[in-house]
Ligand binder design. Structure first.
Ligand SMILES: NC(=O)c1ccc[n+]([C@@H]2O[C@H](COP(=O)([O-])OP(=O)(O)OC[C@H]3O[C@@H](n4cnc5c(N)ncnc54)[C@H](O)[C@@H]3O)[C@@H](O)[C@H]2O)c1
Length: 253
């Protein structure tokens, strides 16, 4: 049984994790940290990482970048691995995370879905095989409440593909503003917003006579929570270092 400290336990993702944990027998939430105390949980909830009494095996964090300093101090002091799912860290915070990873296991991913991370691996393979003969376009679709565009995940896909291309791709978001032919070195990224779409990503490899499309549809936020719990189980016995979903994927094949 792995004892989890749930950081951000009273948020949307935190509460999804709380309900998923009840269906599993390999993990247990022993305490939470949240600055909001308006939800009644079956475990103690602290306002910060100062006086935690429980024995914790892994921290899962779906909170806010402002929680990072206290979380890392605690993780390093007590040698507790942490799964960081929060997004929006500054450059300095990424440096602090990398520094902490020298003494404790740190798992971080802006998208905890196993499926999206598999899509990224397959897309990298396709980009290597097709080389510059195929044009690469990414299309992402999200609900009408989403403020940012393109999605962080679309950028993550483009960044990962860029690590294997033999050219330095230029991301093109806004085709309507420039009237010229598509350059071979572009990765086009397009956004669609509407209704309640949870999140869809398509990577299109378009060649002269064939098109290969790799796509993923998120159908509920539960998949991010399930991914975080699987990452926590994966990380519990790991030594110091940086880990991500690629490590979790590789442990499966
Ligand atoms: N990596 C992924 O796959 C993935 C998926 C979904 C969401 N996220 C990210 O997870 C984070 C949380 O998402 P959410 O939708 O649950 O948000 P939310 O706003 O519903 O929940 C955040 C919770 O964190 C708490 N909190 C804020 N500051 C805190 C602090 N300093 N210390 C302790 N608790 C604090 C809030 O009170 C709230 O309960 C966001 O950064 C979001 O982008 C990541």
């Amino acid at each position: 049984m792995i004892n989890i400290l749930m950081s951000g336990c009273n948020g949307r993702m935190g509460q999804v994790i709380v309900s998923l944990v009840k269906e599993r027998d390999d993990v247990k939430i022993v305490c939470g940290v949240d600055t909001y105390d308006g939800i009644k949980n079956e475990f103690p909830v602290y306002a910060d990482f100062e006086n935690i009494a429980e024995k914790v095996d892994v921290i899962i964090d779906f909170s806010n970048p402002s929680a990072l300093d206290g979380l890392l101090d605690y993780a390093v002091k007590y040698n507790v691995p942490c799964v960081l799912c929060t997004t929006g860290y500054s450059e300095e915070q990424i440096d602090a995370i990398n520094n902490a990873a020298k003494s404790v296991a740190v798992f971080r991913s802006g998208n905890m879905s196993l499926g999206i991370n598999l899509l990224i691996e397959i897309s990298k393979m396709a980009a290597k095989v097709f080389g510059s003969d195929f044009d690469i376009e990414i299309v992402e679709k999200h609900h009408n409440k989403k403020i940012d565009a393109p999605s962080g995940t679309a950028l993550m896909i483009a960044d990962e593909i860029s690590t294997v291309t033999d050219y330095d791709p230029e991301y093109v978001y806004d085709r309507h503003s420039v009237r010229k032919k598509r350059d071979k070195k572009e990765i086009g990224i397009s956004s669609v917003r509407g209704g309640t779409i949870v999140g869809e990503h398509e990577v299109i490899f378009a060649g002269d006579n064939e098109v290969v499309t790799i796509s993923h549809q998120a159908q509920s936020r539960n998949l991010f929570a399930a991914g975080a719990l699987n990452a926590a189980v994966f990380l519990a016995d790991k030594g110091a270092g940086n880990y991500n979903m690629s490590d979790l994927l590789r442990s499966k094949y």
